[in-house]
Design a protein around this ligand. Structure first.
Ligand SMILES: O=P(O)(O)OC[C@@H](O)[C@@H](O)c1c[nH]c2ccccc12
Length: 271
């Protein structure tokens, strides 16, 4: 079978993790995680924000494989502070370098610059990465259902729970959603972008939102650009949003964030 983009990412990520483990064994990273700054409740903050307004997870994203460089004057701490001042509930920080020009240090810098809970946005396969996420200060991890087995997803979720972190379960189709629903995390991320083809359509949320169990929270991810997109998606029950590119392209990130969140549809306006 031909290798997909996710397969390629997985291959280099497993090599990276092996090298990281050799440089810093599990016991050492666990000791760092033990001493890390206390967890900020990610899921709680998102639920709270989305009760009346929209829960925004604002992403610190320098570049992507589909768009190339997104923001040249990239200062993670300044961006994090602007997102917080603009009303974001949480942050997401890319720590993958080969595909996203992200870095572990960006997560540390972004989290130190504000008081928001932070998602480590990376491709997770090994519980070592979960301990490492906590050591860096992360409050939530991403589990991409398309890229892991059920057993792996369970193991990663359990590790997150052990460290007091939340997990965002990312899905792109009904089969992945069904698998995610068997895990216990409350956060279901519907990714509007297909990570293998980069095709992006809000129809993904329109279709899958109906299948998300009522007790879970939909996090509508990718391809969102203005307040109209948010009200459109809110009609399908999405009250939480993960947004990177469209905010990162703004000169005044704080103002753009504030404008995006200014007029939320009331929760009763849902279909
Ligand atoms: O920049 P956008 O289109 O607003 O998308 C943000 C976020 O959803 C996207 O970065 C993303 C969603 N799932 C991922 C998995 C890996 C890397 C990146 C992602």
């Amino acid at each position: 079978m031909t290798q997909t983009i996710l397969d390629k990412i997985k291959a280099y990520k497993l090599e990276e993790v092996a090298a990281d483990k050799a440089a810093k064994p599990l016991e050492a990273i666990e000791a760092e995680a033990q001493g890390a700054s206390p967890v900020r409740g990610f899921s709680d903050r998102l639920f709270e924000a989305s009760r009346t307004g929209y829960g925004l997870i604002a992403e610190v994203k320098k570049a992507s494989p589909s768009k190339g460089l997104i923001r040249a004057d990239f200062d993670p701490a300044a961006i994090a502070a602007a997102y917080a001042a603009g009303g974001a509930a949480c942050l997401s920080v890319l720590t993958d370098t080969p595909s996203f020009q992200g870095a572990k240090e960006y997560l540390v810098a972004a989290r130190e610059a504000c008081d928001l809970p932070v998602l480590r946005k990376d491709f997770m396969y090994d519980t070592y990465q979960v301990a490492e996420a906590r050591a860096l200060g992360a409050d939530c991890i991403l589990i991409i259902m398309a890229s892991v087995s059920d057993a792996q997803a369970q193991e990663l979720e359990d590790a997150a729970t052990t460290w007091g972190m939340d997990a965002l379960l990312e899905v792109h189709n009904a089969e992945e959603l069904e698998r995610a629903s068997r895990l216990s995390s409350r956060l279901i991320g519907i990714n509007n972008r297909n990570l293998n083809t980069f095709e992006t359509s809000l129809d993904t949320t329109r279709t899958l939102s109906k299948l998300v169990p009522a007790e879970r929270m939909i996090v509508c991810e990718s391809g969102l650009s203005g307040p109209e997109d948010l009200s459109d998606m809110a009609m399908y029950g999405a009250r939480a949003f993960l947004i990177g590119e469209s905010l990162m392209r703004q000169e005044d990130v704080e103002m753009a964030t504030r404008n995006l969140l200014a007029n939320p549809l009331s929760p009763s306006g849902m279909m």
